[in-house]
Write a protein that binds this ligand. Structure first.
Ligand code: CTP
Length: 420
């Protein structure tokens, strides 16, 4: 995947700069041609000589080179991908505002290549709204963000903000190249240029200040679909109640209740090409949540429930032309019949149904087995497989449905097509 690829490795001035050395070595070992660019700050942490010795070319750090009067345009135009690791808060701010004060930021403005940024900083800085807003801006522009890990930070502190492990960064870069190479995508996969909305996780409907009604959904299937869509080049927004690791290139909007998920979907769906409602939305919520903790001494509470909005059905009723709307169906019996009913009742184009009472299927598992029905009359049964495999098969089917290509949908290896 990386062999022969020209990757610009930008290193900015944080303590994690030492890990850029390991990242560089891994990229070179995988066959990439690594062009290192260091900021002045980065060189206070690691020597340019070290990186020059391991990379494919000597380190460049100045906008003002006698030999090459415009190094940033040459670097930016020739790059197949630019990765910045570590990316400091200051760098993110400069990049988000287009403040091209040094070779790295100027190179980033002069490129059309995919960009991967790997932030690393102290937890307080990471959580600061200024940093998060800059990241949101960059994500909106298609920059792929490899989220930091939790662990030991500079100065002995422990928290979130540690640079992602080099292997995770290499995996994110490989995913970008996989998308670039995918069929139908000259610069990024079959879903390049499309906007995809995915929902994930189970909603939590408050009873009082500390308790809620929830369900067993982990969000894993929704996250797998979001990751797969982003890897195929789509601009993906994930509206989620879960706290799983954010897949590379995915924008996340966290919600808790059915009402919050509904509001987010109503706002985002009208401009989405593909909407996948993988979330397990509560059907009922307490009619009046109590704003303090209910006390035992007050006696057994009588909780009056009221229905929540059916988000999928309301999206189905107002679906814009050209949008593909996908719903899920969690069932414990009559899988096919119930899935068929939901397909029609909710105005969806595709229903992905699973028997959540079967071993290894649905809630909380890493695997799933599904029956997919389409409004166009197709019918595909996928046997037990990783949720990411199910996501890939579902997106294959969506792409085929959108392009109007003929059946049968491409099954995964362990699938059993059941269609007539
Ligand atoms: N869904 C929704 N809003 C709700 C309930 C469900 O958008 N209030 C969506 C789910 O995200 C899923 C689909 O509708 O894509 C089917 O959800 P499921 O829980 O299987 O079905 P229900 O609509 O709850 O119907 P039933 O209780 O009869 O199974």
């Amino acid at each position: 995947m990386l062999a022969g690829r020209r990757v610009v490795l930008g290193v900015t001035g944080g303590i994690a700069a030492y890990k850029a050395i390991e990242l560089c070595r891994r990229l070179v070992d995988a066959g990439a041609h690594v062009v290192p660019v260091m900021t002045a700050g980065a060189q206070r942490f690691v020597g340019a000589t070290t990186l020059s010795a391991l990379a494919s070319e000597p380190v460049q750090s100045s906008l003002w080179s006698e030999a090459d009067p415009i190094p940033h345009t040459r670097l930016g135009q020739n790059a197949e991908l630019i990765v910045v690791a570590p990316a400091t808060a200051r760098f993110l701010s400069a990049y988000a505002t287009g403040y091209s004060h040094d070779l790295l930021t100027a190179t980033l403005l002069a490129t059309r290549a995919p960009v991967v940024v790997c932030p690393a900083m102290h937890t307080e800085m990471w959580e600061h709204p200024a940093v998060q807003e800059n990241l949101a801006t960059l994500r909106r522009r298609g920059v792929i963000v490899v989220e930091p890990d939790s662990g030991r930070l500079a100065g002995g502190d422990v928290g979130h903000g540690r640079l992602a492990a080099p292997e995770r960064i290499v995996a994110a870069i490989s995913e970008v190249f996989a998308a670039t190479d995918a069929p139908g995508g000259q610069a990024g996969g079959a879903l390049r240029g499309m906007s995809v909305l995915v929902t994930a996780g189970g909603t939590r409907e408050p009873i009082d200040a500390v308790r809620f009604i929830g369900n067993r959904s982990s969000g894993k299937q929704g996250y797998a679909i979001a990751a797969e869509a982003a890897a195929r080049g789509a601009e993906v927004t994930l509206v989620t109640t879960s706290n799983l690791a954010v897949p590379p290139g995915v924008s996340v909007e966290r919600v808790e209740t059915a009402a919050e998920m509904h509001a987010a979907c109503e706002r985002i769906a009208p401009t989405a090409d593909i909407v996948v409602m993988a979330a397990a939305v509560a059907d009922f919520r307490p009619a009046a949540a109590v704003d303090h903790k209910l006390k035992k001494a007050d006696g057994t509470p009588q909780i009056v429930l009221e229905p929540t909005p059916d988000i999928l059905a309301s999206l189905g009723a107002s679906k814009p032309a050209g949008q593909t709307l996908v719903g899920f169906a969690a069932e414990t019996s009559e899988l096919r019949a119930n899935a068929g009913l939901k397909l029609v009742a909710k105005g969806a184009d595709i229903i992905v149904a699973n028997d959540v009472s079967a071993p290894g299927v649905g809630f909380e598992h890493d695997t799933n087995a599904v029956l997919i029905l389409t409004a166009s009359g197709r019918d595909l049964s996928l046997g037990l497989g990783e949720k990411r495999e199910i996501a890939a098969a579902l997106l294959d089917l969506i792409v085929e449905e959108r392009s109007g290509t003929a059946e049968p949908a491409r099954p995964t290896e362990n699938s059993t097509p059941t269609g007539a």
